[in-house]
Design a protein around this ligand. Structure first.
Ligand code: CO
Length: 220
């Protein structure tokens, strides 16, 4: 008996239905990959990029890790970003966080979970940087929601600070960065107003986004 045969059965059905609905579907996909979007999201199984945005295969390039973190020494993430920007000519990069994120909650709890503690350290750095906001919030739920948003904003700043995004903007390549948050409770995406196109300085845009966040959470 084949292992996980139900998944192979489902795959065969999906492939057949795709061709029935659109006979040229796979032939087109095979010929060319020209996505306009690059999604940097959380590995969480409840946050699938294509389904949430209604995008078909071939339309969104994806990198996911625990907590949607962009670290300047992470060759995996940077290589995917470089390929997306330099080779595919992606127009939009979106960092997408979500509420009730296990990575965010673990970072806040500070409990030791093993190797991943080192990864979560990056989220704890964000929490420490914005302790003034987080400490003013009324309860743990507000804190995890707010830190999810702060983490997205800081990761967008990190993407903007990579040499390869800076180089793309310097050569006037059309490239916009965005920060979004996804709500598992209702399936809605929200823009965190931290979009960057290389015109205004990233730190200025981040400061404005943080002002908006403070207003939303009632923190002065
Ligand atoms: Co998550």
């Amino acid at each position: 008996m084949k292992l996980l045969s139900e998944l192979f059965d489902a795959n065969r059905r999906w492939a057949e239905e795709s061709v029935e609905a659109d006979p040229g579907f796979f032939a087109r996909l095979k010929a060319i990959q020209t996505p306009q979007y690059f999604w940097i999201g959380c590995s969480d199984s409840r946050v699938p990029a294509n389904q949430i945005t209604g995008l078909a295969p071939g339309e969104v390039f994806v990198h996911r890790n625990v907590g949607n973190v962009v670290v300047h020494t992470d060759l995996n993430c940077l290589s995917v970003l470089q390929y997306a920007v330099d080779v595919l000519g992606i127009r939009h990069v979106m960092v997408v966080g979500h509420y009730d994120c296990g990575g965010i909650k673990a970072a806040l709890a500070g409990k030791s979970l093993g190797l991943i503690d080192n990864w979560l350290r990056h989220i704890q750095d964000v929490a420490e940087r914005h302790a003034g906001i987080l400490d003013a919030l009324p309860d743990a739920d507000a804190v995890q929601r707010c830190l999810s948003e702060l983490n997205v904003i800081e990761q967008v700043r990190n993407v903007a600070r990579t040499t390869l995004v800076g180089d793309a903007w310097r050569r006037d390549q059309k490239l916009a960065l965005h920060g979004w948050i996804y709500d598992l409770g209702d399936g809605n995406l929200r823009d965190l107003d931290v979009s960057m196109t290389g015109e205004a300085p990233p730190d200025e845009i981040v400061a404005t986004a943080l002002d908006g966040l403070r207003r939303r959470y009632g923190v002065d």
